[in-house]
Design a binder for this molecule. Structure first.
Ligand code: GRF
Length: 186
C-alpha cells in the first residue's frame, strides 16, 4: 500500500488549482506534477518551484496504452493519491481500476448538476441562483463519483459565464486543498 500523502497532480493547462494545492499543502507532499500536454503553462510554474514534473503528449496515443505509461510513471514516483486539476482527458477504465479510490478531481459545478463541460453557461441558462464547485472521487463514469466536499457561489444578476467562472475558480482554490488535506488522512 503506497503512502496516500504522496500526491501527484495531473494538469493539462494553466494549473491554477495545482498552484493552490502546492501552496496549501499541509498533510501531503506534492511528489509529482504530471501533464498530458508538454506545453502546459502550469508545468513551468512547477519546475520553477523545484517540483518534479513529468509530461508526455497524449495526442495520437491509444488511450489505454497512454494510461499504462502514465501509471508506470506514477508508480516510479511512489504516488499514493492522484489529484486531477484541469486534466482534460478521460481516464481509461483500466487506469481508474488500477488507482481505484485514490483519484480525486475538482469540478466547477455543484454535482450532480452539470457534469461535463460549460458548467457556468449551463447554470446561467437554467436560471440557477447558486453555482459552485465539487471535489469528488473519480470513477469510470464522468464526474459521477462520491462527492467529498462542495463550495457554493451565489450567481449575481449581471453575471456572465466569465465572471461566474472567476468567482467559482477562487472558491476552487480554497476548497480543493482543504478537502485534499483531509482526504489523504482517511
Ligand atoms: C477548473 O475550473 C477546474 O474546476 C476544471 O478545470 C479548470 C482547471 O483550471 N476541472 P486550472 O488549470 O486549475 O486553472
Amino acid at each position: 500500500m503506497r503512502d496516500p500523502r504522496r500526491v501527484a497532480i495531473l494538469i493539462s493547462g494553466r494549473g491554477s488549482n495545482m498552484r493552490a494545492l502546492v501552496e496549501q499543502a499541509r498533510n501531503y507532499e506534492v511528489a509529482l506534477v504530471a501533464s498530458n500536454k508538454p506545453a502546459a503553462a502550469g508545468l513551468d510554474w512547477a519546475r520553477d518551484r523545484g517540483l518534479t514534473t513529468w509530461s508526455l503528449d497524449s495526442k495520437g496515443s491509444e488511450k489505454e496504452a497512454y494510461d499504462r505509461t502514465l501509471s508506470a510513471a506514477l508508480e516510479a514516483h511512489d504516488i499514493g493519491t492522484i489529484a486531477l486539476a484541469g486534466f482534460m482527458r478521460i481516464l481509461s477504465p483500466w487506469f481508474v481500476g488500477q488507482w481505484s479510490g485514490r483519484i480525486v478531481n475538482i469540478h466547477p459545478s455543484l454535482l450532480p448538476k452539470y457534469r461535463g463541460l460549460d458548467t457556468h453557461a449551463r447554470a446561467l441558462h437554467a436560471g440557477d441562483s447558486l453555482a459552485g464547485c465539487s471535489v469528488h472521487l473519480v470513477t469510470e463514469e464522468l464526474d459521477a463519483g462520491a462527492v467529498l466536499g462542495q463550495a457554493q457561489v451565489p450567481i449575481l444578476a449581471d453575471d456572465t459565464a466569465g465572471s461566474l467562472e472567476q468567482r467559482v475558480l477562487a472558491a476552487e482554490h480554497r476548497l480543493y486543498p482543504r478537502i485534499l488535506n483531509e482526504f489523504v488522512l482517511r
